[in-house]
Design a protein around this ligand. Sequence first.
Ligand code: IMP
Ligand code: MG
Length: 182
Amino acid sequence: MKVNLSDIKVLFSEEQIQSRIKELADEMNKFYNGEEVYVVCVLKGAVMYMTELVKHLNMPVHMEFIRLSSYGHSTVTSGKVNAVEIKLPDLNGKNVLLVEDIIDTGITAKFLTDFINTNFNVKSVKFTSLLDKKVFRKVDIDADFYGFEIDDKFVVGFGLDYDDVYRNLRFVGYADKSLLND
Ligand code: IMP
Ligand code: MG
């Protein structure tokens, strides 16, 4: 571990994140117009975003959790998604909102959307991500609702990790590339 807390620079402050999440929730409240929604959080990274988001949603909300893995080591994507734990209720006829921390290559988003559509005949499936790193997209997919676009930085905090730590930070920050061991 070469990255220390003091090396992490703020990219989005706690205030910026909280106010953007409220805006996203407003958009979703309009979109769903009071209809029941099954919110599916992708563990572990999306947990902070999901818990903040649902506080501002005003329709009946279910909270579900799934666990996937795509990152082999530290900051490099393996390019494959492994379903580690997917236990979902019957989503036939339901509105499903998939919640991620960040879309990078898009492989996870594509895998999840396909997974839902293959296994269920849902009423709708939408994808939301707090962050969108569009520069590294390998798969043609976009979030229906996203918080902030970022460039090629590797970010941590507000759920996002580096070697499984720094998820607890209240802000989203980044460290210089030279400090990250790939
Ligand atoms: P994708 O399948 O390449 O879109 O990757 C999505 C996953 O990669 C996210 O859920 C994160 O776990 C991880 N990820 C991508 N970029 C970052 C980053 O900058 N910081 C921390 N995790 C990241
Ligand atoms: Mg993740």
